[in-house]
Design a protein around this ligand. Structure first.
Ligand code: ZN
Ligand code: ZN
Length: 248
C-alpha cells in the first residue's frame, strides 16, 4: 500500500512537471531564462543573490573590510572549522528557500547543491562523509521530507562522498528565529543524539543545513559530533547575516 501511495505521488509530480515546467525559470525570481542547465538563475539574480565581499573566515557572514573573523566568532569558540554559505538570505533567495522548505519545491535541491558545490570546491577541502542537520520525525511527516537531508543527498552525488545519518532529533524544539544565540544553544541542548557513531568516529564530515543565522544549530551538531573526534565543515544554501556585524 505504501509503495502504491509513493507511486501515485511520483506520478502526480510528473504530471505537474509537464503542466508547469520548473526548469525554464530562474530559481529565485521566476523570470524566464535561456539555459537552465547551465545556470538556473537569471543575470539580475546572479548579481544580487551571492554572498560576496569581506566575510568571516569561520562563519561566512559579511564583515567590515580588513577584518578576518566576525565579533560573534571572536566571542564564541566554534565547534566547526568553517561554514560555507554561497547566497544571501534575502529578497528572492529567501522566497525560493521558503518554497523549498515549506511548499514542497523539492526539485530546487539539485540547483542549490550545484551552487554550494561550486562555492566549496575552490577551497579544495577534503572530507569522508556528508551528513545533515536532523529534523524531528513529526516535522518530516508534516513536510514530507527534511530539506537539509535532500540537499545533502544531492551534494553526495556531486562530491562523490557517502551521505549518512549521524544525528537524530529526539525532541521538537521551539521556533529559533526570535531567540538569542545563547537561548538557541540552550534550546537545542539534549534535543539531538548521535547515531552511526562507529562509522563517523575520527572522520572529517561536511554537515549540511538549509539556512544559517547565528550558527547555533550547526554548532550544536558539530559539538555533538566532536565528542566522537569528528572534524566538521558546514554548509548551507544561504547566510542570514547578523545585523550586529553589518553595523561594525
Ligand atoms: Zn532571477
Ligand atoms: Zn564569524
Amino acid at each position: 500500500m505504501n509503495r502504491f501511495i509513493k507511486f501515485c505521488k511520483k506520478l502526480g509530480n510528473k504530471i505537474l512537471d509537464l503542466i508547469f515546467p520548473t526548469n525554464t525559470k530562474c530559481i529565485f525570481c521566476k523570470d524566464e531564462i535561456i539555459d537552465f542547465d547551465k545556470t538556473p538563475y537569471c543575470e539580475k539574480c546572479a548579481k544580487e543573490a551571492f554572498n560576496k565581499g569581506t566575510k568571516c573566515s569561520i562563519c561566512d557572514t559579511q564583515i567590515k573590510e580588513g577584518n578576518v573573523i566576525c565579533d560573534h566568532c571572536k566571542s564564541h569558540r566554534r565547534n566547526f572549522i568553517k561554514c560555507y554559505c554561497p547566497l544571501n538570505y534575502q529578497a528572492d533567495v529567501r522566497k525560493s528557500i521558503l518554497s523549498f522548505k515549506d511548499s514542497n519545491a523539492k526539485y530546487l535541491a539539485k540547483s542549490y547543491a550545484k551552487i554550494i558545490f561550486d562555492y566549496i570546491k575552490g577551497d579544495n577541502i577534503t572530507f569522508d562523509y556528508i551528513t545533515y542537520v536532523p529534523s524531528h520525525k513529526k516535522k518530516v511527516k508534516r513536510r514530507g521530507y527534511n530539506p537539509s537531508q535532500v540537499l545533502a543527498e544531492e551534494l553526495s552525488i556531486l562530491f562523490n562522498k557517502p551521505c549518512i545519518e549521524s544525528l537524530l532529533k529526539i525532541t521538537e524544539t521551539q521556533q529559533q528565529k526570535n531567540l538569542s544565540f545563547d537561548e538557541r544553544a540552550k534550546n537545542l541542548e539534549n534535543s539531538m543524539i548521535v547515531t552511526n557513531a562507529k562509522i563517523i568516529k575520527g572522520k572529517t564530515i561536511l554537515l549540511v543545513d538549509d539556512v544559517v543565522t547565528t550558527c547555533a544549530t550547526i554548532d550544536q551538531c558539530a559539538k555533538l559530533l566532536s565528542h566522537f573526534s569528528c572534524k566538521i565543515y558546514a554548509s548551507a544554501i544561504a547566510r542570514n547575516h547578523l545585523k550586529a556585524n553589518k553595523k561594525k
